[in-house]
Design a protein around this ligand. Structure first.
Ligand code: URA
Length: 238
């Protein structure tokens, strides 16, 4: 690991913005290997140096990975003037460079991966990778085998190309239908627009999985947890 500036290290470790950590440094609250250090530009080696703040040792984590069960009413963005963001739901000492991997609509619930690992995010989002995304939806009206066939063949949602083949499973069909849909693309409002293309309306949408990562159903809506080492390894080896 290369050397990094102490103020960046502290900010990355969730100790505040660069200016906030500068204040903590000035207040003599930070030690590197038991020596008080006040200069923000001091270079440290995260693999060897022990950095502590108020006597508590910090651990350097280059990458963090969280699974969030996103609630409705929260936007998949890092910052927003008006709405609460998914990042505001991660309340522990988190890295400041986290971002959501892809977007769920404000009213969509379910699996959202939040990380600062850009390589992993690209691998999951790149159009050429065709990563499966499975959704559960409640749809107004009767979903039929005809819809299953249309989605299998691809539908016109107003873009240059039809949607790629998608797998629709009808769990219950009636005045309202419960379905599962697996798509391999990530177009804007894709699931809602696919149903609109066949004259139907999605009333509720929840993402269940992304690639091999499945929503932990023990997470209440709005709760999150770190990915397990097994989940992470599977995701990286995809
Ligand atoms: N498709 C949608 O229409 N909305 C989402 O949030 C995700 C997929």
């Amino acid at each position: 690991m290369s050397l990094i500036r102490l103020d960046k290290y502290l900010a990355d470790a969730g100790q505040g913005t660069r200016s906030e950590v500068k204040i903590k440094l000035k207040q003599c609250r930070v030690r590197v290997n038991d020596t008080v250090v006040k200069k923000p530009e001091t270079k440290i080696n995260p693999d060897e140096d022990v950095v502590s703040i108020d006597g508590k040792a910090l651990f350097h984590e280059e990458f963090q990975y969280y699974m969030l069960n996103k609630p409705a009413g929260v936007v998949s963005a890092t910052k927003d003037e008006r709405d609460k963001t998914v990042l505001q739901l991660i309340t522990e000492d988190k890295r400041r460079d986290l971002f959501p991997v892809g977007r769920l609509d404000k009213d969509t619930e379910g699996l959202l991966l939040i990380t600062n690992d850009g390589v992993l995010a690209n691998n999951l989002l790149a159009p050429g990778k065709h990563v499966d995304k499975e959704y559960y939806a409640l749809v107004e009206g009767r979903v039929t085998e005809e819809t299953v066939e249309s989605f299998r063949q691809g539908v016109d949602i107003g873009d240059d190309k039809l949607t790629a083949p998608a797998v629709l499973i009808i769990e219950e069909s009636g005045e309202e239908s419960r379905i599962r849909l697996t798509i391999t693309e990530g177009r804007y409002h894709q699931v809602k627009r696919m149903f609109e293309a066949v004259g139907m309306k999605v009333k509720y949408l929840k993402r269940l999985s992304m690639g091999c990562l499945k929503l932990d159903e023990t997470l209440e809506v709005g709760e999150y947890r770190r990915l397990t080492p097994e989940e992470l390894e599977e995701l990286k080896n995809k």
